[in-house]
Design a protein around this ligand. Sequence first.
Ligand SMILES: Cc1ncc(COP(=O)(O)O)c(C=O)c1O
Length: 443
Amino acid sequence: MSLERAVTDYQAKTPRSRQLFEEALRVMPGGNSRTTTFFDPYPFYITRGEGARIWDADGNERLDFNCNYTSLILGHANPQVVKAIQDAAVHGMSFPGPSEHEIRLAEILTTRIPGMEVVRFANSGTEATMHAVRVARAFTGRAKIAKFEGAYHGTHDWVLVSVAPDPATAGSRKRPKSVAWSSGVPPMVVKHVVTLPWNDGDACAKILEKQGADIAALIIDPLLANAGMIPGREGFLETLREVTRRLGILLIFDEVISFRIGRGGAQERFNIRPDLTTLGKIIGGGLAVGAFGGRADVMNFYDPRDGKGRINHGGTFNANPLTMAGGIATMEQLTPEAYARLDALGTRQADEGVAPEALAAHHRLEQVAVGAAGELQVHRERRVEVGARFRQHGNAGIALLRELLELKLVHVTISAAADCLLGVLALRPWRNAPPGRTGRASV
Ligand SMILES: Cc1ncc(COP(=O)(O)O)c(C=O)c1O
C-alpha cells in the first residue's frame, strides 16, 4: 500500500474524527493539547479502550501498541483499577489534606525500589523531574545539571535541551553542544545544562570531570526511551555511577518509563543505586501522576516540620486519593508472576519480530527490535546507535503516518496482528538478557 493510498484509506474510515478535529481547531491551537498525540492529516479521536484494544469515534477497532505511552501496563480499563478508583471517588475526589492511600502507595514504592528511601507525589513525570533537579541544586549548592543528548524528561525548561537536536547545530558526537529544544527556553537555561553523549563512558567522564564542581545532578533515563530505547553498553551505567559519586554529583534515574521493566525498575535490573529517582506513568493506574524520591538526607529539603522545609512543594492535586487508589490497584497486580509473564511475552516479541508479519512484508520493513528488558522499539535501520543520535521527531504528516504504519499506532486488521500481540495486554516485558540488543528480526 502506498502512503497516499494509506492516507486516503485512513480518511475514508475516520470522517467523524475529521469533523471533531475541525471543531477542535476552532478552540485550540492546532486543535490539540498534547503535541505527541497529533499527526497529519488529523488524529483519530478515541472513545473507548478495553484491554489491548481501543475504539475511535467512527467505531474502528484498533490494537493499541502504545497504551498511553507505556503508562497503562495492565491495559485499558483494568477491572480492579477501575473499581479502586470508583470506590475512592464516591468518598470524594480530592481533599485539602492527606489521605491514607498515599501512605500505602509510598510504602509499596519504597519497598520495591532499591534507591527510594522516601518519596513524594506530584501530578506528572515533568513535575517529578523538575523537583528532583531542584532538590539536587539545593543539596549540592551547584547550579548546572547534566543530561544526555536524545533524552526526554518532560516539558520544564531545564530538560528541554538537546532532546532531538538538529545535527547541524549539535556539535560533535563526543562533545555534544547543548541546544534548546523549544522556543521559549532562555539561553541562560541552556548554558546551565551540560549535554553528554550516550554510551561513551570515557567522553562522559571527561566532560563531567571538567565541569563537575558546578554540576548538581546528572539525570538519566536508563533506557534512553526517547531516542529509540537504546540500552547502555556493558559498564556504561557503572561508569556514570562511579564518576558522579566521585565528583559529588547526584545521580537521578528518571524511571518514568523504565520503572515498568521490573518490580524495582531499571535500577534493580541493572544493579545501580541512584541518589534520586523519578516516577510517573504506571504508578497512577492511568490517572495523572508523578513521584520523586531517594536518599532521605537529600529529600529532607522537603520536610516542612518546624519550619524546616527549605523547598516548597505545593500542588492542589498532589497525592489525590483517586490516583493513589488506582496506583495501588495497579502495583498489587504486578506480582513476580506478572513480571515472569511479561518476560516471556517480551522475549517472544523480540525473537519473532514485533510487526505482524503480513504488515511488515507489505511495507517491506526491515525490523530491528531493540531495547533493554523488553521495552521494545522497532527501528528501520540496523545502525541503531547512529539513529539514536539524530532520530527525527518531526510531526510532519507523511513522516508521522509512516511511523503509524510502522506500528506506533497500527492501523491494520486485527486478524493480521493478533498472533503477534497475544501479549499486548499492554505489557511490554523485559528480557532476561544483559543490557544490549534484545532481539532482531528481518522480513
Ligand atoms: C523518561 C520520561 N521522563 C519524564 C516524562 C514526562 O512525564 P509526563 O508526560 O507525565 O510529564 C516522560 C514522558 O514520556 C518520560 O518518558
